[in-house]
Design a protein around this ligand. Structure first.
Ligand SMILES: Cc1cc2nc3c(=O)[nH]c(=O)nc-3n(C[C@H](O)[C@H](O)[C@H](O)COP(=O)(O)OP(=O)(O)OC[C@H]3O[C@@H](n4cnc5c(N)ncnc54)[C@H](O)[C@@H]3O)c2cc1C
Ligand code: FES
Length: 239
């Protein structure tokens, strides 16, 4: 079994009131949509936390994260030169398809999508939905054909949900966000669609069964069998 590695934090930048980007020194080139378990603490909260690969260049890896609780609060305080424990790359990422492609992300769900856009041959249209503060737009621009933006308060782009702008005119589509948003995407896209699911995770490697989800193929581990699933495998019964 792969072990945790201790890596150096190169940068940890605050982007908005609660969004941060952490760059660490690591020569991995993971598959877009894969994730790492990160642990920046020795005691409480005990368990590592899962984070998607936001960018990678063969020398460093970036994670885009939202400060939501104890673990991410500790991460937000880290400085260049600090060390963090890391396990990965883990899980199954997004299969890379050719042709006209749509990428749809909501809030922190945009985290795995920049690296995905960089790895697709395209043309790629990206749909980014935010509550109030839009971020990371400039980072997508060099890698995509068009960007559609929405904010729920109308401060940037379309006022409302970005799925209202989405058309079913693509050869393949990829999404990451909360389940309600992904259900809205699935309702719009009849064709090939890949969704990255979230779940509480303890081990990240299929050992604890803490992340089991009911799917069309039965009970599957989000960490090992996903986090990316084809949309027809995902059950939205509770949404
Ligand atoms: C495969 C995968 C990839 C992820 N990638 C990213 C990423 O790139 N960037 C990012 O910011 N976050 C990502 N997450 C979510 C991230 O792991 C959690 O936000 C993080 O674990 C919170 O840790 P915490 O200690 O700060 O908060 P906690 O104190 O653990 O929780 C704070 C709040 O968030 C809720 N919460 C915690 N974990 C989850 C979860 N997995 N799903 C839904 N609600 C949760 C808790 O119930 C609580 O309300 C990912 C999750 C998965 C499963
Ligand atoms: S997190 Fe332990 S089985 Fe998935």
């Amino acid at each position: 079994m792969e072990a945790y590695r201790k890596v150096i934090v190169l940068e940890n930048t605050q982007l908005t009131s609660d969004m941060y980007e952490m760059k660490v020194e690591l020569a991995d080139l993971p598959q877009p949509g894969q994730f790492y378990m990160l642990r920046a603490w020795a005691g409480v909260p005990y368990l590592p936390r899962p984070f998607s690969v936001c960018d990678a260049d063969g020398k460093s890896l970036s994670f885009l994260y939202q400060k939501t609780g104890k673990g991410t609060e500790i991460m937000a305080q880290m400085r260049s030169g600090d060390h963090i424990d890391i396990l990965g790359p883990l899980g199954k990422g997004y299969p890379l398809k050719e042709g006209n492609v749509a990428i749809i992300g909501g809030g922190v769900g945009i985290a795995p999508l920049l690296y995905l856009a960089k790895n697709l041959e395209g043309p790629v249209d990206v749909y980014l939905g935010f509550k109030q503060e839009a971020f990371f737009i400039e980072r997508f621009k060099p890698h995509v054909r068009q960007i559609f933006i929405s904010t729920e308060n109308g401060s940037w782009g379309h006022k409302g949900f970005v799925t209202e702008l989405l058309t079913d005119s693509y050869d393949a589509a990829y999404a990451c966000g909360n389940m309600l948003m992904m259900k809205a995407v699935k309702d719009k896209i009849d064709g090939l669609l890949y969704l990255s699911l979230e779940s509480h995770m303890a081990c990240g490697i299929g050992a604890c069964l803490g992340c089991v989800q009911k799917t069309a193929q039965g009970q599957l581990c989000v960490c090992k069998d996903g986090p990316v699933f084809e949309s027809r495998e995902v059950l939205f019964d509770d949404y």
